[in-house]
Design a protein around this ligand. Sequence first.
Ligand code: PEP
Ligand code: MN
Length: 338
Amino acid sequence: MLIVMESAATEEQIRGVIDRIQALGLRAHPIPGAERTAIGITGNHGPLDPAEFEILSGVQQAIRVTKPYKLVSREVKASGSVIQVGGRPVGGPRLTIIAGPCAVETEDRTLAIARQVAAAGADLFRAGAFKPRTSPYSFQGLGLEGLRILARVRRETGLPIVTEAVDEESMAMVEDHADAVQIGARNMQNFSLLKRAGKSKLPVFLKRGLSATLDEFLMAAEYIVSEGNYQVFLCERGVRTFADHSRNTLDLAIVPSVKHLSHLPILVDPSHGTGRRDKVIPLARAAIAVGADGVMVEVHDDPSRALSDGPQAILPDQFAALVGDIRAMAGLVGRLHD
Ligand code: PEP
Ligand code: MN
């Protein structure tokens, strides 16, 4: 149920509606808008009667939300959300470019790559300190030491940090060191981790699961938002198909689909989406063309020696060229990047 307040509704009337919702044992989610405030209701197990809310002072209308995901849907909030990550906007007119190596390897290397991507025009820096690897024998990440390196990278370069948490323990550590927490593809349906992220003070960068449908993806985001954390931005990173010419199949069609159904920003990761260096730049450009709010790309200065995902890492000068392409394209798709 969505309660739409009158445009002239007072704070007191809004409070009165929230109190009524809470008195019914339900959860109220106020959503301020340019014209008027809306209040989403969750926690009900059966349908609610709109009349029960329409009699309250200051209420214009009570509407049943038809989608299974409510708070992330455009039915509840028509305008696109803008998420602040370390003071930089994600969503809205400005495109966001996230770049960095797959993993934090050493302090010197991480800092060297960060300086290069910052100079080229990256908005946010990425690198994993906790790596979810297919093999238990592969490099698992530096853990807390990796997070300390990332915090130093932020101090040196000014770039806000996005990094993955793989469980509740690493979530607490990421909260102390980073500007946004990433939930990776393998954890997209780890519901206890999603609920924990919903209680976090950090924005959450939620990647699509390896075989998740659009509905499953948006329901995963709903888990986070329903716990009270509205700062969620999404990432398409490719799904499993029969195709074997790329690591995953990058499903760019999900971008306009998400834009239609949800107000959350969506970025595209052509690095994991293709797994091959030569495909990253063409697919990054395609992502901007279909209306993504930005891209996340893996960059490494010596990919043949990278401890993870070397074959899909682009070189710093290729990244600089990509930023130039994105800037050139931005105006064509009604966006900006300076
Ligand atoms: C990553 O971004 O480092 C990563 C592990 O991605 P994904 O969860 O999409 O595989
Ligand atoms: Mn990677």
